[in-house]
Design a binder for this molecule. Sequence first.
Ligand SMILES: NC(=O)c1ccc[n+]([C@@H]2O[C@H](COP(=O)([O-])OP(=O)(O)OC[C@H]3O[C@@H](n4cnc5c(N)ncnc54)[C@H](O)[C@@H]3O)[C@@H](O)[C@H]2O)c1
Length: 468
Amino acid sequence: MADTYTRVMRAPVVGGLAKRVGAPSPPTLERFVPGAPVISGKVLLGAATNSRLARPLLVALEGLDAATAVVDGDPARRLIGDAKVDAANFAAKGARQRFKALVFDATGIGDSASLVALQAFFYPALDALERSGRVIVLGTPPENAKSAREHTAQRALEGFTRSLGKEVGRRGATVQLVYVAPGAEGAMDSTLRFLLSPRSAYVSAQVIRLTPPSSTTAAESVDWDAPLAGRTALVTGAARGIGAAIAEVLARDGASVTGLDVPAAQTDLTALMARLGGSALELDITSDDAPGEIAAHFADGLDVLVHNAGVTRDRTLAKMPADRWTSLMEINLSSEERINDALLAAGKLKPNGRIVCVSSIAGIAGNGGQTNYGTSKAGVIGMVHSMAPALAAEHQATINAVAPGFIETQMTAAIPFAIREAGRRMNSLLQGGLPVDVAETIAWFASPASAGLNGNVVRVCGQSLLGA
Ligand SMILES: NC(=O)c1ccc[n+]([C@@H]2O[C@H](COP(=O)([O-])OP(=O)(O)OC[C@H]3O[C@@H](n4cnc5c(N)ncnc54)[C@H](O)[C@@H]3O)[C@@H](O)[C@H]2O)c1
């Protein structure tokens, strides 16, 4: 579903001319196709001296059948002991290795001088990165560092990944930083699978934190083709747009999905749910009885709650009447708080349950004409951060959020042309995302194997230059 500009840039004659005069050419992003392997090429693994994740990383990579190579002389070679991996050698004459992913364990970097290990690993390897390639840097959360110097160096990794994302985005490649807290080494599988695969096509330059999970689902017990089999999910605002894509992807991953939307959207909602074998709940989430009706609908409890329903009511603040503010805040934030409270109070969120919220980059960067919307979406982030500790401690559950950037939906189609076109291009991947990109990110958070992810906010924005 390429937009007009992208179609022109890809056209044989006109596109060639436009590229010659320097117009940016959006890369074709690979997206997930059911049945395809997690990663369609080789992984190059590297590490800084004294890093602690190389071994668990190799085990995880073996678990997803990724062919892994290590450069001769790289510290990773010693850290993985006698494990058998391919040898890579960029200095060899005529060496033509190609890699789909570059994975670097930076946990051993204990001071600023040692950051040069990043240059040493990536300098020869970047030329060998395939299109739509993946770069993952793993670090120790700065707050877990044992010294000020280590804290400084680990924090510096953010600037590296965000800058590299801007360099490789034109090739459709993405770069992420995953901070793995001590004790979370065994919780990397679902995150590596998501970040290495085309499911994360429109996610780049994100900082993801893995913490020791409050409940554990052994990687061996997960059916990675249907990780949500046997689990129930509720998606609000499911009749169209991003919500419909979320319902589709969760159902594809095996969940029994209930789609909720306002009665006016009944026709679309019923048709979608009939196709997905799910059930439809026609309800306005702002109504007084909505929390109770949702709780009653899930007599046996709920595994995954996705707060997707949301609206915009744009006006500059000087022209914003109170009802435009309050009606939006009710839908985008207050009703979510009430539904969470009601479900938790009734014990309806099952152990290893998931709440996934949909924020927006407008809640991170702010947006003129959207003080109401930006406030509500920043509030969603506050809700995630405030609820995460108690959810883990008291319910063995997690709460996370996605913050979409420019996604091609009816909501963004309504934006005036010039603003729409600017929003669409102002990111490292030079294009808007698709609803499925948001849905895949939500499915990753929703997985029973993602218990190590709690309190994260991950942007699905192609590394938008807004608030990046
Ligand atoms: N499209 C984007 O680029 C973008 C970017 C950032 C964030 N988002 C967020 O993603 C979510 C989905 O956006 P979309 O683009 O698919 O929007 P959309 O307008 O296409 O769909 C929203 C759905 O929510 C439903 N809804 C609205 N009010 C409701 C209520 N009171 N009760 C129940 N259902 C209600 C609508 O009927 C609709 O089906 C929203 O939270 C939005 O803020 C979208």
